[in-house]
Design a protein around this ligand. Structure first.
Ligand SMILES: Nc1ncnc2c1ncn2[C@@H]1O[C@H](COP(=O)(O)OP(=O)(O)OP(=O)(O)O)[C@@H](O)[C@H]1O
Ligand SMILES: O=P(O)(O)OC[C@H]1O[C@H](OP(=O)(O)OP(=O)(O)O)[C@H](O)[C@@H]1O
Ligand SMILES: [Mg+2]
Length: 298
């Protein structure tokens, strides 16, 4: 896909897209923040169920996350932001076009903590309560195990304790909800995070607009995982320090007023920075300053 923003500019003047986000829930704030980070301005102070962006041809629809795949599949919305788990569950014909790096969790099977769990065969003939029964059925069918499902909308973790089911399948992040309800995680069915989905038949103008949005999203995501680093070093150590900084390109080196010293500027992934900090100091780096980047276009 071509993500060059300026190639789209002349084609998109009269076209607008609709993006569906979760109205209220775990994904709502981060979905809207992501659009704001992409420079898109809109008013969401009222209780309106849709709002038009002020500086980008985009209308935002606020929906239950369960409904988003269907609306995107039938073209009521062109794009949507929701958990991959919900996309898989609804099994609608949509394209998953981008992982968004938040709302990371897994969909797991859990049983009461005193169960002598011996492996997947334990579920043969058992009943599993879940809000994700399509995923559960597919999983057990693929393993050749006959298990039945009981669909419930929420508070799934309570089901084994009240005799509604033998086990559950639900979202797990820290695992504390399971522990608090006397359950233990025994199998992971899938990993999930927030994703962007798109209608499969976007016309040329909408596809061009989507490219423009994706270009911005990539700049935002690159910026989040990288840091801007600035440090001072004696001139004879510049080569050694440069080798430690796997930046975008070779660092910018500027002479300092103090004779024999320079300042080095570079971009570095945060994880790499923590891995090399001790070596940087040993190599003589001083005054190390690390700061966030707002947008990064490689
Ligand atoms: N504990 C968690 N940690 C990380 N991500 C989570 C967690 N719980 C849920 N999610 C992710 O956030 C999504 C939305 O969760 P939420 O609980 O807000 O959904 P919901 O109750 O189905 O909302 P709605 O009212 O829109 O139907 C989930 O589908 C999942 O992808
Ligand atoms: O492993 P943990 O970190 O405990 O997270 C898992 C819990 O988080 C979600 O519920 P949420 O808190 O969103 O409440 P809800 O299901 O009532 O919306 C999910 O349904 C689990 O119950
Ligand atoms: Mg929901």
């Amino acid at each position: 896909m071509n993500t060059t923003e300026n190639k789209t500019n002349d084609k998109v003047s009269n076209t607008s897209m609709k993006i569906a986000v979760q109205k209220s829930g775990r994904l709502s704030d981060k979905s809207l923040q992501l659009l704001k980070d992409c420079g898109i301005k809109f008013d969401n102070s009222s209780r309106k169920l849709s709002t038009k962006a002020k500086n980008f041809p985009l209308e935002i629809l606020f929906l239950r996350d369960d409904d988003i795949p269907q609306y995107v599949a039938n073209g009521v919305a062109d794009l949507g932001i929701l958990g991959l788990n919900e996309v898989e569950e609804k099994d609608q014909a949509v394209d998953v076009i981008k992982q968004l790096g938040f709302a990371g969790c897994r969909l797991s099977l859990a049983v009461q903590k005193d169960v002598d769990y011996t492996g997947l065969d334990w579920f043969e003939g058992k009943k599993i309560a879940s809000s994700y029964t399509t995923i559960v059925k597919k999983f057990f069918a693929s393993k050749g195990i006959n298990a039945t499902t009981e669909e419930i909308g929420g508070s799934v973790e309570i089901a084994p304790g009240i005799g509604l089911a033998d086990g559950i399948c639900d979202i797990v992040s820290t695992g504390s909800t399971l522990i608090m309800n006397g359950l233990k995680e025994v199998e992971t069915i899938m990993y999930s995070e927030a994703v962007m989905i798109a209608n499969k038949q976007l016309d040329g103008e909408k596809a061009a607009l989507l490219n423009k949005l994706l270009f911005r999203l990539e700049a935002v995501q690159n910026a989040k995982k990288n840091k801007y680093i600035l440090l001072n070093a004696p001139n004879e150590k510049i080569d050694e320090i440069t080798r430690l900084l796997p930046g975008m390109k070779s660092p910018t080196v500027l002479p300092l007023a103090e004779e024999g010293w320079s300042s080095l500027h570079s971009v570095i992934e945060e994880e790499d920075f923590w891995n090399v900090i001790d070596q940087l100091k040993e190599a003589g780096a001083e005054g190390i300053l690390v700061s966030d980047i707002q947008k990064l276009i490689a």
